[in-house]
Design a binder for this molecule. Structure first.
Ligand SMILES: Cc1ncc(COP(=O)(O)O)c(C=O)c1O
Length: 447
């Protein structure tokens, strides 16, 4: 029997797929039409049928440096054999301090203290709790309200969901926490902008309106992704983030950057804060921290925030921030993070992105003029193609495009009314060409 025929024999039957209630998936369609990955290497996934698929989303925006990096695999293998688990409550593992120091070194000056979480969602909720507790410790306990942004994504926990601005992620879940939303920055006049749009800096002024409505004495923090990913790669207009920073400073409101996607190279800089020249008070990280191979997130805070907790912590043995996860700074995740950050630095990953992104930009904008293409947005190695919608079914066409691309050996993401791209940093120009060839064929072939 040929290898291919053997692989097909191993395909799971419908019943064996039933028990896994899949996240962010149409379970009924998937289980009738499964797409199953069994291995990955470099820029490619291998399916159960033995086909290779180019990973045009770097996993879920997390494996930018490519799959199966030997340095990370070695570190994780040695790590788990040396220390499979040790708590981070009242005891610390040796690698955790190294990871914290490295994150401190890599992140912009002024972000100096690192709190570990399990994921990006945990990082968002940790940042929100940190912000409220900070104001409480400063004697300003009325500062509890948060301001997020339409089309923002900050994970799925109740805090992150509440500040998030994607309707479909909120509508089933009832009462969240007190949050308002800035408008998103996708303006019709900015359609087909290359990189940062020229128009829209004034959208940051709506923060002044929210301050006028609630008063700064009631607002803890503003949380935004420097560049939204899951909401459809929404790039900040020129000057927009600087203006948000200035308004936050004026009113004594903390600024949180969710860098779960933009952290570790995606923008062509180490962090979105570097790319856009604005430093927040708190930054959240996950995904690229371990190159996606082990779950881990982090919240990086300013000294002012950390020292405020220390000064108000009571007796020295008291816990200053009663928060944390069993798996905060898990030693195996720490081993992965150390190795991943080492590769990130030594192989100049952010520079690789900066070098390839002009080509990516040129190629993605070649799709302008294809049927169904309403807008194209890009920054670094992130891009989105906005697709016109069937009435009441904005997600249908992007979903169809995603399935067609997969069949043709290309993984792209469908999110809302967009197709989203985040190819690996180590992609070649030929792979980028192939990505856009398959994508444009799939867009055109879609009803
Ligand atoms: C900006 C941002 N924040 C938070 C999250 C949530 O991260 P996780 O899925 O690891 O909980 C994501 C995930 O895509 C994200 O893009």
């Amino acid at each position: 029997m040929s290898e291919h025929a053997e692989a097909l024999q191993d395909m799971p039957n419908r019943e064996s797929l039933e028990a896994f209630w899949m996240p962010y998936t149409g379970n009924r369609y998937f289980k009738d039409n499964p797409l199953i990955v069994t291995s990955a290497q470099g820029c490619y996934l291998t399916t159960q049928e033995g086909n290779t698929v180019f990973d045009g989303l770097s996993g879920l925006w997390c494996c930018g440096m490519g799959h199966g990096r030997p340095e990370i695999i070695d570190a994780v293998s040695k790590g788990i054999q040396t220390l499979d688990f040790s708590p981070s409550f009242q005891v610390g593992n040796d690698l955790a301090f190294k990871v914290a120091n490295k994150v401190k070194d890599l992140t912009p000056e002024g972000l100096d203290y690192v709190f570990f979480t399990n994921s990006g969602s945990d990082a968002a909720d940790t940042a929100l709790k940190m912000a409220r507790a900070y104001w409480r410790q400063k004697g300003q306990g009325t500062k509890t309200r948060f301001i997020g942004r339409a089309r923002g994504y900050h994970g799925v926990n109740y805090g992150g969901m509440s500040v998030g601005g994607i309707g479909a992620n909120r509508k089933l879940y009832g009462q969240g926490i007190e949050a308002d939303h800035l408008p998103h920055t996708c303006l019709p006049e900015n359609r087909f902008s290359k990189g940062q749009p020229e128009q829209g800096v004034e959208l940051a002024d709506s923060l002044e309106d929210l301050v006028a409505l609630h008063d700064a004495s009631n607002i803890a923090a503003v949380i935004v992704e420097p560049m939204s990913g899951s909401g459809g790669v929404v790039i900040p207009p020129k000057g927009y983030l600087n203006k948000l920073r200035a308004i936050c400073d004026k009113h004594n409101i903390l600024l949180i950057f969710d860098e779960v996607i933009t952290g570790f190279g995606r923008t062509g800089h180490a962090f979105g804060a570097d790319a856009f020249g604005v430093t927040p008070d708190i930054m959240t990280l996950a995904k690229g921290l371990t190159n996606g191979c082990i779950p881990m997130g982090a919240v990086v805070s300013s000294s002012e925030i950390y020292q405020t907790f220390m000064q108000n912590g009571g007796s020295e043995f008291n816990t200053e921030f009663p928060h944390g996860y069993t798996y905060s700074a898990h030693p195996v995740a720490c081993a992965a993070a150390l190795a991943a950050m080492d590769v990130f630095e030594k192989q100049n990953m952010a520079q690789k992105v900066a070098d390839l992104s002009p080509y990516f930009e040129q190629q993605i904008h070649q799709l302008k003029g294809l049927k169904h293409v309403v807008d194209i947005r890009n920054f670094g190695l992130a891009g989105a193609i906005e697709i016109d919608s069937f009435a009441n079914e904005p997600t249908k066409r992007p979903f169809e495009i995603f399935r067609r691309c997969w069949e043709a050996g290309m993984f792209v993401r469908c999110g809302g009314n967009t197709v989203q791209l985040a190819p690996p940093f180590i992609s070649t120009k030929e792979q980028i060409d192939e990505l856009f060839n398959v994508l444009s064929d799939s867009i055109v072939a879609t009803n």
